[in-house]
Design a binder for this molecule. Structure first.
Ligand code: NDP
Length: 334
């Protein structure tokens, strides 16, 4: 059995937290031989819900679960943490302007970044799930003095998996046959789910779609008019159908993001800090196709982007630039 890993989950009393904690405790994220110590951070009004989840975790008698601690104090929550999943965020309420949303979340993710730098283990890795996830990750990384920005990532794996699911359904194949899908940009409606490099059992996805839709033109029209908007707006579709927002699929994607970043993966999507790849301004937390050899995500470079792809990436990056400018105006970024 390996040494135990301390994992901090914020917003642990919420919907995604509830779908996440049990699978982490069971070993889905870190493997069947690594015990976990869970630290659940909540705001005071969320503590009871997190305590309830902690009681249920105890009732599951998970062999890998060494301890569970619930707290509303960030320093306690991140103390010695090697992994932090920042799920709790301020949701947009009716009539709230985007600037107000960014400001409210800056007030959460700035102090959390500072608390992580001051208290977490030297090897800590941070995944931001709470929206607006890319800019929240930027804020947390900026506030985490002494920690490399590369340790902070934001979740676009759910968008990636949604894209894979849609393609598999359209082509009538298993999801395991689809590779090299890419999500570019912001985790928002401007994101660009890209299949230009994607393959299905070795064939290009576009060619395979052309067979299904009766030609390349029809396949491209389906991608533009149905696939891209459906992936980008899937969250709204889930709310409409289910009556509440996606939680299990978001938690599953968070687990896959951490598992593959640590365990290694040839190709997936994640928002990571830009070092200027594909002309994305340095320092932005932008989603790219990424790879990992087990030491964190690295952008897959050198993929050709056609004019259509370039325009879509530029539009999403423009939104990230605007979000960064808005939080700079708040004096949040140094
Ligand atoms: P959820 O658990 O459903 O969602 C949490 C966050 O994840 C939201 O920002 C949500 O964004 C985001 N998210 C990212 N991807 C997805 C996705 N695909 N589908 C749905 N959500 C996604 O929210 P709850 O309100 O149930 O729970 C939030 C908890 O966080 C509450 O218990 C609250 O008390 C707590 N909280 C804790 C803080 C802390 O620990 N300091 C700070 C703030 C809140 P979106 O809103 O856009 O759906």
């Amino acid at each position: 059995m390996d040494a135990a890993t301390t994992v901090t989950v914020t917003g642990a009393g919420g919907q995604i937290g509830y779908a996440l904690l049990f699978r982490i405790a069971e070993g889905a994220m870190l493997g069947a031989s690594r015990p976990v110590r869970l630290r659940l951070l909540e705001i005071p009004q969320g503590v009871r819900a997190a305590e309830g989840a902690a009681l249920e975790l105890q009732d599951c008698a998970f062999p890998l679960l060494e301890s569970v601690e619930v707290t509303d104090d960030a320093a306690t929550a991140f103390d010695g943490a090697s992994l932090a999943l920042l799920v709790g965020a301020r949701p947009r309420s009716a009539g709230m302007e985007r600037a107000d949303l960014l400001a409210a979340n800056a007030g959460i993710f700035g102090p959390q970044g500072a608390a992580i730098a001051a208290n977490a283990a030297a090897d800590v890795r941070v995944l931001v799930v709470g929206n607006p996830a890319n800019t929240n990750a930027l804020i947390a990384a900026n506030a985490a003095a002494g920690l490399p920005a590369e340790r902070f990532t934001a979740l676009t794996r759910l968008d990636h998996d949604r894209a894979v699911g849609q393609l598999a359904a359209a082509l009538g194949v298993s999801v395991s046959e689809i590779e090299r899908v890419a999500i570019w940009g912001n985790h928002s409606a401007t994101q660009f789910p890209d299949v230009a490099h994607a393959t299905v059992s070795g064939r290009t996805v576009v060619d395979a779609l052309a067979d299904v839709f009766g030609g390349t033109g029809a396949a491209l029209a389906w991608l533009d008019e149905t696939f891209v908007p459906r992936v980008a707006r899937r969250g709204a579709e889930i709310i409409e159908v289910r009556g509440s927002s996606s939680a299990a699929s978001a938690a599953n994607a968070a687990i896959a993001h951490v598992r593959d970043g640590i365990g290694g993966v040839d190709w997936t999507s994640a928002a990571v800090v830009s070092r200027g790849e594909y002309g994305v301004p340095e320092g932005l937390m932008c989603s790219f196709p990424v790879t990992s050899e087990g030491t964190g995500y690295r952008v897959i470079e050198g993929l050709p982007l056609d004019d259509r792809g370039r325009a879509r990436l530029d539009a999403s990056v423009a939104e990230l630039v605007a979000e960064r400018a808005a939080v700079r105006e708040l004096g949040v970024l140094s």
